[in-house]
Design a protein around this ligand. Structure first.
Ligand SMILES: C[S@@+](CC[C@H](N)C(=O)[O-])C[C@H]1O[C@@H](n2cnc3c(N)ncnc32)[C@H](O)[C@@H]1O
Ligand SMILES: [Zn+2]
Length: 288
């Protein structure tokens, strides 16, 4: 789809993040609200809807490494297949167009893979991330989806405009997610389990993996009707260059000892993916 034209069909699903009014697409190049807040559609087709540029350690090099691992290794293959199967199960009426938001999408490769695996061709992907570097890469590579720089805690999406929300290894804001999800909309949240990337964790930390996701799951259950938890446990052998990308893509490696990271990339080992896919329906009144 042409970079700018896709916003024509999508304008109604957006709202101004500054004043919460609706947005109109003007001359196929800008989104403008009644209070004249204006957001331009960039050359590559993404829209920056932030009024400031937050500092972030998620930079171009990190996102490039994420793309290499997600698109070119098999590390997340099983995770992608399981999520695509959830899409297909829950969008059984495949003639109905549906919007899927990936909240905290990074450079967009998970969304691209998962939509590509799905049998359903009426799904439109929307990727939202605080990082302009991530969204700019996504928009350059993946032309079918809509890419927005924005804050998932104050999102530029209209009430009840999304049929599904995907949230992979990223922060959540459940109040916002409930606002933008359609009644009976679906949320699919991926959270790490104790053994996730344990080889990298163990290489850089003396503490052995103590991470538990119980609290994340109970918070999720307070907001949504939990319909299923799918556990994805898988190991893959990565070659040396893939292990280097794994280190570069991972916040786990931030501020870690260079020698330990060097030893990790040199030594051949299997890498473990261990994650829960939480599936929830937007049916529940918040009880907080
Ligand atoms: C660990 S990365 C995961 C990215 C992607 N889902 C993946 O798995 O490759 C976390 C992402 O959340 C984004 N993020 C953090 N806070 C955010 C917020 N308030 N709004 C939107 N994105 C946010 C970061 O910019 C980063 O891209
Ligand atoms: Zn406005």
């Amino acid at each position: 789809m042409e970079n700018h034209a896709k916003y024509k069909n999508f304008g109604n699903a957006l709202r101004c993040p500054l004043c919460e009014e609706s947005l109109q697409v003007v001359q196929s190049k800008s989104l403008i609200c009644p209070n004249r807040h204006t957001f331009d559609i960039s050359h590559h087709g993404y829209v920056n809807m932030l009024s400031h540029s937050p500092k972030s350690r998620y930079n171009k090099a990190l996102f490039e490494a994420r793309k290499n691992i997600i698109m070119e290794s098999d590390l997340f293959k099983l995770l992608h297949e399981k999520i695509s199967a959830v899409f297909d199960t829950y969008s059984a009426d495949s003639d109905t167009p549906a919007f899927i938001l990936d909240a905290g999408c990074g450079e967009g490769s998970h969304l691209e893979k998962i939509l590509g695996n799905s049998r359903n061709r009426t799904l439109t992907g929307i990727g939202l991330d605080l990082s302009k570097a991530g969204i700019a890469q996504a928009a350059k590579r993946y032309k079918q989806s809509i890419w927005l720089v924005g804050d998932l805690a104050k999102s530029p999406l209209a009430d009840h405009s999304m049929n599904m929300i995907l949230n992979i290894f990223s922060p959540s804001n459940y109040k916002e997610f409930k606002r933008i999800l359609a009644p009976d909309g679906l949320i699919i949240k991926v959270v790490p389990r104790a053994a996730h990337l344990k080889e990298l964790r163990n290489a850089i930390s003396k503490e052995k993996s103590l991470y538990k996701n119980d609290e994340t799951i109970s918070l999720f259950k307070k907001h949504f009707t939990l319909t299923d938890i799918i556990t994805v446990s898988d190991t893959r052998v990565l070659d040396k260059s893939e292990r280097t990308h794994l280190v570069q893509m991972s916040p786990l490696a931030w501020d870690s000892n260079e020698t330990a990271l060097g030893a990790f990339t040199t030594r051949s080992c299997q890498i473990t993916i261990d994650a829960d896919i939480l599936i929830g329906l937007n049916q529940k009144e918040t009880r907080l």
